[in-house]
Design a protein around this ligand. Structure first.
Ligand SMILES: [Zn+2]
Length: 265
């Protein structure tokens, strides 16, 4: 398949880089409205315009109530969650959960492209559920979702509103199961935890069958994101990210425009 790659962008078949929003919209529209099984692989940059910052931008060190500072990556780890659930929930609620966030133009455009039969699915590193809120149906959430939570005691599931209400009702801020009193854990993949195998397989299959792959709002620095690109054998690879990424060498189209502006047509 790779030798049949149709260079849908750039007159000479080489890589085209676009820094102007109007040109980016035109180029993306040209590629995606021709696609039959496009896949969108997105990261934190996709939700920036919905007011959700990358939690890793939480100013290096986060100070807990005891005055001890931890890097965000430490707080969002399995061992920290087990040892300091109260501090975990305090950080998690303030930096990773945004119940009032709404989908932006990019989320809405992807849902529209799926309905029109151009987009086969979205693979996301985000945990905010905004693709589903915009109407996307085929969404693979590599890192889980804030909208799913479960009791570590009995396994009962809770949505985000139930979980936050339980945390508010709890003296130490740790949400507890009303049935058994067990501590509730979000279905979010923490550092030190493996990604779900069935979820990874679903992502790999989507990308393997894609005719267009758009990698957007992610530096691809975090494993296994970079590895997924290797499954792509389709015609057009698009990279939409403000800073350079490792996938660009293979890209047909590089878009240096905020994602919410580039997908707004
Ligand atoms: Zn329970």
């Amino acid at each position: 398949m790779s030798d049949e790659r149709q260079r849908a962008t750039g007159a000479g078949g080489g890589r085209r880089e676009v820094t102007d929003a109007a040109q980016a919209r035109e180029a993306l529209r040209g590629v995606l409205e021709q696609a039959r099984s496009a896949v969108f692989f997105g990261g934190a940059g996709v939700s920036t315009e919905s007011g959700i910052p990358d939690f890793r931008s939480a100013h290096g060190v986060y100070r807990t109530s005891s005055g001890v500072g931890y890097p965000p990556e430490t707080i969002v780890s399995h061992s920290f969650f087990q040892a300091h659930p109260q501090e975990f929930w305090r950080f998690y609620r303030s930096k990773m959960v945004f119940p009032d966030a709404r989908p932006n133009a990019c989320h809405r455009k992807l849902a529209e492209l799926e309905r029109a039969g151009h987009l086969a699915g979205v693979v996301t590193q985000n945990i905010d559920g905004l693709h589903q809120a915009a109407g996307s149906r085929a969404v693979v959430e590599l890192h889980g979702s804030v909208h799913r939570n479960h009791c570590q005691g009995c396994g009962r599931g809770f949505d985000l509103a139930q979980t936050l209400a339980a945390a508010d009702a709890s003296a130490d801020g740790i949400p507890r199961c009303p049935a058994c009193g067990g501590a509730v854990k979000p279905d979010v993949v923490l550092y030190e935890e493996p990604l779900d195998e069935a979820t990874m397989l679903r992502a790999a299959r989507l990308i393997d069958a894609a005719d267009v792959l758009v990698v957007a709002g992610t530096s691809l620095a975090v494993w296994p994101a970079a590895g997924f690109i290797e499954y792509f054998h389709g015609g057009t690879l698009v990279v939409a990210n403000l800073s350079p990424t490792s996938a660009e060498a293979q890209a047909d189209l590089v878009v240096r425009v905020p994602v919410g502006e580039a997908f707004d047509w």
